[in-house]
Design a protein around this ligand. Structure first.
Ligand SMILES: C[S@@+](CC[C@H](N)C(=O)[O-])C[C@H]1O[C@@H](n2cnc3c(N)ncnc32)[C@H](O)[C@@H]1O
Length: 219
């Protein structure tokens, strides 16, 4: 990985940290559309426990918990997780929503095949190099038990911003200092290699064109 990419990644982490510190509940309190979808997918598969990656301050973690799931939420922003933990205590959810600081560029903490479901809304489209992205998906597959589900949602190349943002190396785009990646079907298919790709659906959320993907680790 180039020095430039390491610096870029560090700058993005600082950016998230200060965004959460400046604006508590940055993403609001309503769950994402992907979380509503995940409730149906995980519920139909008889799943109780969910690992959430890039959970932020936990709007989706609390939604999943209110639907009866136990959620272990991770993020690399301490400020976001502080807010999540405080809310978990305030709402009496601290037995059902736990949190841990984790940068998904590092291996995921769970042992092989010990997790039933992984959920990640607006994480995979963050400032990851192509190899970091592939490793993250491979790590997700490693920790999932056979039959385990992975639901993720990302920005789509159908979004007009994908044409206007400054293009960086490795397929990343930048606007106003914020760096991310727009996903197309080819990338979804590539990342779904070695998985059963159950669903890839385009949708709109707020101003953004998105893609929601559901994959299963085959038995
Ligand atoms: C767009 S926000 C989405 C937050 C949450 N999923 C939601 O929908 O409310 C992206 C989140 O990913 C986290 N993130 C970005 N890069 C990360 C990394 N390398 N490891 C862990 N979390 C990361 C950010 O701190 C931020 O909370």
């Amino acid at each position: 990985m180039s020095t430039g990419h390491v610096e870029l990644a560090r700058a993005q982490q600082e950016r998230w940290e200060s965004a959460y510190a400046r604006q508590p509940r940055l993403h609001g309190t309503e769950p994402s559309a992907a979380a509503r979808w995940a409730v149906d997918v995980f519920g139909a598969a008889g799943i109780d426990d969910v690992l959430e990656l890039g959970a932020g301050h936990g709007r989706d973690a609390f939604f999943l918990a209110r639907q009866g799931f136990s959620v272990h939420a991770t993020d690399f922003s301490e400020a976001a997780l502080d807010q999540l933990r405080q809310e978990a205590q305030r709402e009496g959810f601290d037995d059902r929503v736990t949190a841990a600081l984790h940068d998904v560029r590092d291996p995921l903490p769970p042992a092989d095949a010990t997790v039933d479901a992984v959920f990640a809304n607006l994480l995979l489209n963050m400032a990851f190099s192509p190899s970091e992205l592939r490793s993250l998906v491979a790590e997700t597959r490693r920790v999932l038990a056979p039959g385990g589900r992975f639901v993720y949602a990302v920005w789509s190349t159908d979004d007009p911003c994908s044409q206007h943002w400054q293009q960086l190396d490795g397929g990343l785009s930048m606007h106003d200092g914020f760096v991310g990646r727009f996903f197309d079907d080819a990338l979804v298919t590539e990342l779904g290699e070695n998985w059963r790709l159950d669903d890839a659906t385009p949708y709109q959320e707020g101003q953004r064109r998105m893609l929601r993907v559901t994959m299963t680790k085959q038995e």
